[in-house]
Design a protein around this ligand. Structure first.
Ligand SMILES: NC(=O)c1ccc[n+]([C@@H]2O[C@H](COP(=O)([O-])OP(=O)(O)OC[C@H]3O[C@@H](n4cnc5c(N)ncnc54)[C@H](OP(=O)(O)O)[C@@H]3O)[C@@H](O)[C@H]2O)c1
Length: 262
């Protein structure tokens, strides 16, 4: 990466809270941005705001075919950094989340991330240069996530895949980083509500997440956990018996579910 003037970052989930904050950070640091999401209105607003520093792509990456076509379309663009940020989560009892919703989470949070990671990792290996940031969640470190069973399971996959790749990529001049935000105030399911009282202590803003992500990536870290409280909980979590972890998560998600329904 050294010595290059123009760097291209491809960001999925670009129309969401964390994605838009990442675009702002990378724009300030003079990167060219390829922004992927479905929401055309937001994508056009991003184009107006960032002009020729951004290219927008309205694509549904839950669909394998759309990803294939998209990859052919951008075949000649060198991607120096891939950020897999697109993700969805469903909250509720397992029996109340439809199989289709579960499969959509797998298609986006796992399948799309896997396809893009494999495609660009191979290209980066050939060039001996590049980087990948996979956006997971602190949920990915938990043994399971009652009331968000499917979502937590997808993030456990992202954590495991990324940690494996961190080790495999050593010595190849490819930087792999796992970004694990805790609760963040965006439109994400269960988070699109007023952040007040004690929640302010641990709920991060998308801007905090994006700034921390950028700093950690540039300084060569492999794991980025934005927010002091989230970092402390990450370390403490390993000393909590798994049955107690599950009970605590159930309580938190039950409360979130009630607040979302208000
Ligand atoms: N917010 C949190 O509390 C939190 C905590 C930990 C981890 N995370 C993770 O952070 C990432 C970003 O989440 P966020 O908080 O920024 O959520 P968000 O505001 O809901 O953004 C989700 C993004 O995913 C994109 N997306 C959804 N379905 C898509 C599809 N079929 N094809 C293409 N793009 C699609 C959305 O774009 P369109 O709607 O335009 O398609 C949007 O850009 C996710 O991976 C999430 O799991 C979030």
């Amino acid at each position: 990466m050294k010595g290059k003037d123009i760097m291209n970052v491809l960001i999925t989930g670009a129309t969401g809270g964390i994605g838009q904050a990442l675009i702002e950070v990378f724009y300030r640091n003079r990167w060219n941005i390829l922004a992927v999401g479905r929401n055309k209105k937001i994508l056009e607003e991003l184009k107006l705001k960032y002009g020729d520093k951004i290219e927008i792509y309205s694509r549904d990456i839950e669909k394998e075919e759309e990803i294939k076509k998209f990859l052919q379309e951008i075949e000649n663009i060198e991607i120096n950094l891939l950020i897999n940020g697109a993700g969805i989560g469903e909250i509720g009892e397992f029996e109340n989340i439809s199989l289709i919703e579960e499969q959509r989470m797998i298609n986006l949070n796992i399948q799309a991330l896997l396809t893009l990671t494999k495609h660009f990792y191979k290209k980066m290996l050939e060039r001996e240069e590049g980087g990948i940031i996979n956006i997971s969640s602190t949920a990915g470190f938990q043994v399971g996530g009652p009331l968000m069973c499917g979502y937590y399971a997808t993030k456990a996959y992202v954590n495991s895949l990324t940690f494996g790749l961190i080790e495999e990529s050593k010595g190849k001049n490819i930087k792999i980083m796992l970004l694990c935000p805790g609760p963040t105030a965006t439109n994400f399911k269960g988070m699109n509500r007023e952040i007040e009282g004690a929640k302010k202590l641990y709920v991060t803003t998308p801007e905090e997440v994006a700034n921390q992500c950028y700093r950690d990536y540039i300084s060569g870290k492999n794991l980025s956990i934005p927010g002091k409280v989230n970092k402390i909980l990450y370390y403490l979590n390993r000393f909590i018996p798994w049955k107690i972890q599950l009970k605590n998560i159930e309580k938190i998600q039950r409360k979130k579910q009630k607040e979302t329904l208000k």
